[in-house]
Every structure is written in structure tokens, then in C-alpha cells.
Design a protein around this ligand. Structure first.
Ligand code: ATP
Ligand code: MG
Length: 244
């Protein structure tokens, strides 16, 4: 089977800052891969390059063989991207927003309905979908955007801190759905997170990233074992103090 995401020696320089400093990794179809690391580590920059929104300074990134710079159009057709900070059409209701987004990919009205029903389930917004987005709380907007990103069943979902700002109940709900989508539809998920419990539950593999470099990569359980750590926070602290 072909590789879903292939990143090779990726570098992004902003002026004097090397935000991404030679990162390489791959993600397989159906796999959930997590980038974790401190503020400013380069997670969002990496995800934005993969989402075709930023050009790398050097190195390559491919989504199912399509180069994110040279074949950006092709890439955009098969990914969905949840930005770190996203606004969403405040004047629309949640349902109108989802219908609008569904209309880009659905062929029939019936299909639009199915997608929106699915998104409604993902968002857990219930009756609030009939309210304008501008009346939503931060977490409610986030859930709407996660629902949009997943309802289209992309080949690759790029999710920048999908559960940031969500309460425990909804964070658990969203995690379950991300996992379900990866398994059921073979979607490759590339996400970033600050929540170690989350990545432990969700990710098949994680990369600990610091100052634009991957310090260590692996399966969360194996990493804990390898470092003799009780949890990933400990692994992280050990690795950063060693390489940091
Ligand atoms: N558009 C930009 N212009 C200049 N510098 C930038 C830009 N975007 C990011 N940076 C810098 O690149 C580095 C990496 O930022 P990035 O947003 O990728 O970090 P992050 O790992 O997502 O952090 P966080 O956990 O806070 O979201 C930081 O030093 C940041 O200041
Ligand atoms: Mg970020």
C-alpha cells in the first residue's frame, strides 16, 4: 500500500528562526501519527506545509505521492485541514455551514444530508446546530470544525490540536471519533497535541519534536517501556533534557 504522508528533511526558515529544522517522517493509511512538543517547536509550521499553505524552505513533503508544492491542487483534494486557530462564517448557523461545506463534495442533495447528519453526530452540537456560529463558545466552534474536517472522509486528516479548548466529555467524544474514522475508513491522521494522555490513547506513533527537530519517534507504549517511564510526560522530560 502506498504511503499516506512522506516528509523528507523538511526545513522552514522565518528570518532568523529555523522553525522546522530537518524533519522526516512517514504516516501510513489508517495510522494516527502525533506531533508533540513545546510551544514554538514547529508543529503548526510542519502541518501548514503539509496542508499546502506554506512553502518549505527546503526538503519535500508528499501526500500519497503528490508533492505539496508542485501538486498542491491534487493534495488539497485528498486532505482536510483543521487549523490551530480557525474562524468559521459567524453569520451562518452551524447546520448552514456544514451544508455549505458538504455541497463542495456531495453530488446530490441526499448526499449533502448524509454528510451533515454525520457531521452533526461528530460535533455533538444537537439543537445548537440551528443557532448562528457567532453564538457558539470556543469549544463548540472547535467541534463544528472537527466535524467538518472528518465528515468529508479525506484520505489524510491534518488536525492541529483537535481537542484544544474542549471539555473532558467532548474531548473524549472527539478522540473516539478520530480513532473510529482512522480504523473504519483507513484515513491517515496527522495531529498535534499538548495532551499526553490524548496521544497515548490515540496515536499509533508519535514524534517528540523540539526546536524544529524530531528528538525521538515511536509507539507510545514502547517509548514508555524504553525509557522506563510511567507516562509520556516523563519520557518527554527525559528526552528534552538529554537532547534539549
Ligand atoms: N509566520 C511566521 N513568521 C515568523 N515566524 C513564525 C511564523 N510562524 C511560526 N513562526 C515561528 O516558528 C516557530 C515554530 O512555530 P509553530 O507555530 O510551528 O510552533 P508550534 O509547535 O505549533 O507551537 P504551539 O505549541 O505554541 O502551537 C516559532 O518560533 C514561531 O515564532
Ligand atoms: Mg501550534
Amino acid at each position: 500500500m502506498s504511503v499516506a504522508v512522506e516528509v523528507n528533511d523538511l526545513v522552514k526558515v522565518f528570518g532568523k528562526i529555523r522553525a522546522v529544522n530537518g524533519i522526516s517522517f512517514t504516516v501510513q493509511p489508517g495510522e494516527i501519527y502525533g506531533l508533540i512538543g513545546p510551544n514554538g517547536a514547529g508543529k503548526t509550521t510542519t502541518l501548514r506545509i503539509l496542508a499546502t499553505l506554506l512553502r518549505p524552505t527546503s526538503g519535500t513533503a508528499k501526500i500519497f505521492g503528490h508533492d505539496v508544492v508542485k501538486e498542491a491542487e491534487e493534495v488539497r483534494k485528498i486532505i482536510s485541514y483543521l487549523p490551530e486557530e480557525a474562524g468559521a462564517y459567524n453569520q451562518l448557523t452551524g447546520r448552514e455551514y456544514l451544508e455549505f461545506m458538504a455541497s463542495f463534495i456531495a453530488e446530490t442533495g441526499e448526499e449533502v444530508k448524509e454528510l451533515v447528519n454525520e457531521a452533526a453526530r461528530i460535533s455533538g452540537l444537537g439543537k445548537r446546530l440551528s443557532d448562528k456560529i457567532k453564538t457558539y463558545s470556543k469549544g463548540m466552534k472547535r467541534r463544528l470544525l472537527v466535524a467538518r474536517a472528518l465528515m468529508v472522509k479525506p484520505k489524510v486528516a491534518i488536525l492541529d490540536e483537535p481537542t484544544a479548548g474542549l471539555d473532558v466529555i467532548h474531548a473524549v467524544h472527539v478522540r473516539k471519533i478520530v480513532k473510529e474514522y482512522a480504523q473504519k475508513y483507513g484515513i491517515a491522521v496527522l495531529l498535534s497535541s499538548h495532551n499526553m494522555l490524548e496521544v497515548e490513547y490515540l496515536c499509533n506513533r508519535i514524534a517528540l519534536i523540539n526546536r524544529g527537530k524530531i528528538l525521538v519517534e515511536g509507539n507510545p507504549l514502547q517509548l514508555k517501556d524504553h525509557y522506563g517511564a510511567l507516562n509520556l510526560e516523563e519520557v518527554f522530560a527525559m528526552v528534552v533534557s538529554k537532547h534539549g
